[in-house]
Ligand binder design. Sequence first.
Ligand code: CTP
Length: 401
Amino acid sequence: MLTGKKIVLGVSGGIAAYKAAALTSKLVQAGAEVKVIMTPSAKKFVAPTTFQALSRQPVYTDTFDEQDPSQIQHIDVADWADLVLLAPATANLIGKLANGLADDMLTTTLLATEAPVYIAPAMNVHMYSHPAVLKNMHQLDEWGFRFIEPGEGYLACGYVGKGRLEEPLTIVEVLENEMRKSQLLSGKKVLISAGPTQEKIDPVRYFTNPSTGKMGYALARQAKALGADVTLVSGPVHLDTPQGVKRVDVTTAEEMYEEMLRHFHDHDLVIKSAAVADYRPKVTYDHKMKKSPGDYAVEMERTKDILAELGARKEHQYLVGFAAETQDMEEYGRQKLEKKNLNAVVVNDVSAEGAGFGHDTNVSLWITKSGKSETFPLMSKDELAERILKRAAEEMSGDDV
Ligand code: CTP
């Protein structure tokens, strides 16, 4: 899977930098072309000549050391890369990347590249659990950077715990797996809706629901990792757009309806994970409503059922809906699948512990028009997203897995 792949290996200044030499060799043996960029502190651990000899390529250490006047080195290397691997990634490098800093050859290249970036951290066990490091890693994860987590074991600082650089052979295997995965939806266009909608009653009040958009954003992030061209129609949420995903912001159910219909015709896989309001106030006031004594009733009208409309217009698309249930999941799920002409439905058990709105995990049932049903146990929304996309991709390609 790595044959002919152009890999930029970013080496930062930790004791595990010595392992990056073995990693370079293994990547080259796997058929990859490897260009190494070292931070100034990495050079204090290993000499650039080591990487030059192992990669048979120039090693980059200084943004201003421009060898060829016809090129701008960091842009050229950034564009050249099929993938970027940071190993070892120190807490400092992770911090810079999470905050958009670019003060050396490696960090400037990282800001300039559109290639997927894999991060293999290595640091002291206490640094690894520092809130600043965790926050930076969380930020990068939300943007769609992939982590190759360090194993537990003896650390050079004398502690035992998490912080060790993953073994070079395992890193190569992870990359090979990721390359295989990234072909699954390659060339496919995926349209996803996420988050809640807001239905206004006056300029300062609206009806909404507690959807955070986490499920839809996980789907967008994972679809991108599987090689798809992804469009995300998003209600108002507090999440960052995954890297490389096209995001269209909407507020109301009506706006979501318009955007989903506008993009529907040229997409191959459409997943409707948004929590759309079923009703909206019949009248929206231009001015703030004044209170008066006694009760007040708001008259509500139905919004359009976007999913049902997409089902009615479906041609070549593989259409996936979501359903929230507390009982008889299979029965209600199948009813929804048929009523809305879906290819598959993900029924979420919102009564299960740790699942549903605002949680990071979900328990669900995958039901297809082709007659399959599969229980997905409690897992993270990113894992669930990958499972859903893989199952959909298998069905779309006709594989019976
Ligand atoms: N949906 C939609 N447009 C709406 C309402 C819902 O597209 N106006 C979509 C959601 O994005 C989700 C699915 O429909 O994919 C949920 O179906 P729905 O029938 O609303 O299911 P529940 O919310 O489970 O509703 P209920 O059980 O009350 O019928």
